[in-house]
Every structure is written in structure tokens, then in C-alpha cells.
Design a protein around this ligand. Structure first.
Ligand SMILES: [Fe+2]
Ligand SMILES: [Fe+2]
Length: 259
């Protein structure tokens, strides 16, 4: 297994990315004063942001797979384009989060088999169902939960660089969570009752994967590292209510009743 380590080409490819996603260089890089925070907060922040880089990278892989699945089921062209464009958002988030992690003192080691990073291909299913599965796990569930989590981190952060990076990420995440529902608005009538039930079970399973974020108590690392973007009980409560308001209720509108 290769440790998770990123590289950067520079030159024309980097310029192209920054033309498409401007403003990153204007963030207050080089201003982070770690001396203002206890050492253990700095270390916890490095852990959080190392994991953040990884989850942004995993989101790029997930929306890449979703883009291919949308093409295979002949989804509306603008929705496919949006999905492909979100991949670039996520790679830009990888860049910002990685730069921030470096300013915090560098990444903590993280081992993951990148060959496993994208959602698994299941060729036994018809393309429409396959696309609906990835839309639900990636957009309707994962992205819907990342919005309140990130918003709470933003509210707790007091460092200008961290606030700037989180503002930039947050501005994109809302539409990422919408794409899945826009796809379902187009696809729902074409799904059978049995397929809708399968999708509801999949949504419930995916929510369960995230449930430790709000279910395990008490949260010993919660108050850490506050000013550098952490989490707290209010953030946990926000996640729990997002399951109802941002996932269960909107999915039910498309006949996907999550148990
Ligand atoms: Fe992101
Ligand atoms: Fe996202």
C-alpha cells in the first residue's frame, strides 16, 4: 500500500485550474500563528485537516464515478456537466486543504489503498439504478452531512486562514448536495418500487456509516481544536437533524422511504 501523498505539476495545468477556480492565492497564506494555540490543538488540527484532504480526494473520485454512471444512463446533459465540474471543485478543495495542512505543520501519516477509493462498479445493475445508488450515497447523504459539519467548524474557527479556506469550501458544498436530488427528480418515475426500496436501504446503510459522528458519547476530542476548526456538541446535533431535514424528507419526495 502506498501512503497517501499528493504531487503537483505546476505550469499550464495549474494555471488552467486557477483560471477555472480563482481566488485561492488571495487567501491569507503564511499568517497562521500556531503559537496562539496549545500544542495538542495544533496536532488535532493536523489530523482533522489531513483527513479533510483525503475526504476531498475521495469526493473527487466519487463524483468522477457518478459522472460516468450519469453518462451511461443518458441523464440530462447539464446534470452530467455539473457532476464533472464538481470533480474539479473537489480537486480545488484538495489543493486548499493540503496547503492549509502544510501550514499547520504537515500531514499526519495516512494509509489507504487508493485503488479502492471510488465506489465499486456493479455491472449486474442497470445503468439508471447504478447512477441512482451513487447519487444517493455521494451527493444526497455524504455531501448533505458535510455541509452542517463544515458550517459548525467554520463557526468555531477564529483563525483568518482557516475561516477563509472553510468559507471557500462551504460555498461549493451546497450545490454538491443538491445534484443527487436533481438527478432523482429526473429518474424517480423510471424506478420500480423494488428499486426504490433497495435505494432506501442503501441510504440507511450509508447514514449508519456516519452515525458514530453524532452517536458516540461523550465526545472527548470535541472541544479540540476549536479556533483551528473543530467540532462540538452543537455540531453533532446539527448532523443528527440534517439526517431528517436534508436526507430523509427530501428522499421521501421521490418515493425513497428511508427506514
Ligand atoms: Fe469538497
Ligand atoms: Fe463536496
Amino acid at each position: 500500500m502506498i501512503p497517501f501523498q499528493l504531487s503537483w505539476h505546476g505550469g499550464a495545468p495549474a494555471e488552467r485550474l486557477h483560471r477555472r477556480r480563482p481566488g485561492g492565492d488571495q487567501l491569507p497564506w503564511g499568517t497562521l500563528d500556531l503559537g496562539r494555540y496549545p500544542d495538542e490543538h495544533g496536532l488535532e488540527a493536523r489530523r482533522i485537516w489531513t483527513n479533510g484532504v483525503f475526504t476531498e480526494y475521495a469526493s473527487a473520485a466519487a463524483f468522477s464515478t457518478l459522472t460516468t454512471a450519469l453518462l451511461e444512463c443518458c441523464a440530462p446533459v447539464d446534470l452530467v456537466a455539473m457532476s464533472a465540474d464538481i470533480v474539479v471543485d473537489e480537486l480545488f478543495h484538495v489543493e486548499l486543504s493540503a496547503r492549509l495542512t502544510m501550514e499547520l505543520g504537515g500531514a499526519v501519516p495516512l494509509d489507504f489503498d487508493l485503488a479502492q477509493i471510488a465506489p465499486l462498479a456493479d455491472s449486474g445493475k442497470r445503468p439508471l439504478l447504478r447512477a441512482a445508488e451513487i447519487a444517493i450515497t455521494t451527493s444526497c447523504v455524504s455531501e448533505s452531512l458535510s455541509v452542517p459539519a463544515m458550517a459548525r467548524s467554520r463557526a468555531l474557527a477564529d483563525d483568518p486562514l482557516i475561516r477563509g479556506v472553510l468559507d471557500r469550501l462551504l460555498a461549493d458544498e451546497g450545490p454538491h448536495a443538491q445534484l443527487g436530488y436533481w438527478f432523482l427528480a429526473w429518474a424517480a418515475d423510471q424506478l420500480s418500487n423494488e428499486e426504490r426500496a433497495q435505494l432506501a436501504a442503501l441510504a440507511a446503510e450509508t447514514i449508519e456509516v456516519y452515525a458514530p459522528l453524532w452517536r458516540n458519547d461523550p465526545c472527548t476530542s470535541c472541544p479540540l481544536p476549536r479556533g483551528l476548526a473543530g467540532h462540538d456538541e452543537r455540531g453533532r446535533a446539527a448532523l443528527q437533524s440534517a439526517v431528517e431535514t436534508r436526507i430523509r424528507r427530501p428522499l421521501a419526495r421521490y418515493g425513497i422511504i428511508v427506514p
